[in-house]
Design a protein around this ligand. Structure first.
Ligand code: ADP
Length: 176
């Protein structure tokens, strides 16, 4: 499903982010950039060792920030690794850290002249962020960004499960 935001498109897509042909896919990494399970493991498996070599050279990434590496063997040229917060309810800084993870990934894409990028649902797997809240932060941050100065033509939210996709379809309406 495609949604128009100013001069750009947001697409909601259910599937495997490692298969997408975009300029960059975003990885929900950990702060040591050490690889792991979930989408992180899938990206390193599909992209091959060049991505981990680049991560090792960078060394790490604080929560809420983002770094960029090669896409290795992926169809995507680059991987943007961002680190979402581990969820804890009532912790004031957590929503802002999730917002920063999206915003810093978008800014890094702009800096590298990228026109298309795909996000997984950051922090809503092992890191435990409820998708209902996380999806609103994700959508709001991307919509706000696309309403400003941008060269991004397309931003895709990739949802792994159909219930997650349904949450995004429901929640995007309020931001269009
Ligand atoms: P985090 O540690 O930030 O919570 P996870 O990788 O555990 O990250 O989960 C983030 C989201 O990515 C979850 O919704 C999970 O279902 C999803 N996911 C896992 N593998 C893939 C994949 N190959 N493509 C897209 N999304 C994926």
């Amino acid at each position: 499903m495609d949604y128009r935001v100013h001069n750009s498109i947001i697409e909601l897509f259910q599937g495997d982010i490692t298969k997408l042909q975009v300029d960059a896919i975003v990885n929900a990494a950990n702060s040591r950039l050490a690889g792991g399970g979930g989408v992180d493991g899938a990206i390193h498996r599909a992209g091959g060792p060049a991505i981990m070599d680049a991560c090792r050279k960078i060394g790490g990434c604080p929560t809420g920030e983002a770094v960029i590496t090669t896409g290795g063997n992926l169809a995507a040229k680059y991987v943007i690794h961002t680190v979402g917060p581990v969820y804890s309810s009532g912790s004031a800084g957590v929503p802002k850290l999730l917002q920063n993870a999206y915003a810093n990934s978008l800014n890094l894409a702009e800096k590298h002249g990228l026109k298309s990028m795909a996000f997984p649902s950051i922090s809503t797997g092992v890191y435990g962020y409820p998708i209902e809240e996380a999806s609103k932060i994700a959508i709001r941050t991307v919509v706000d960004h696309l309403n400003g100065q941008t060269i991004l033509e397309k931003v895709i939210f990739v949802l792994f499960s159909s219930p997650d996709l349904e949450v995004y379809i429901k929640n995007i309406q309020a931001f269009l």
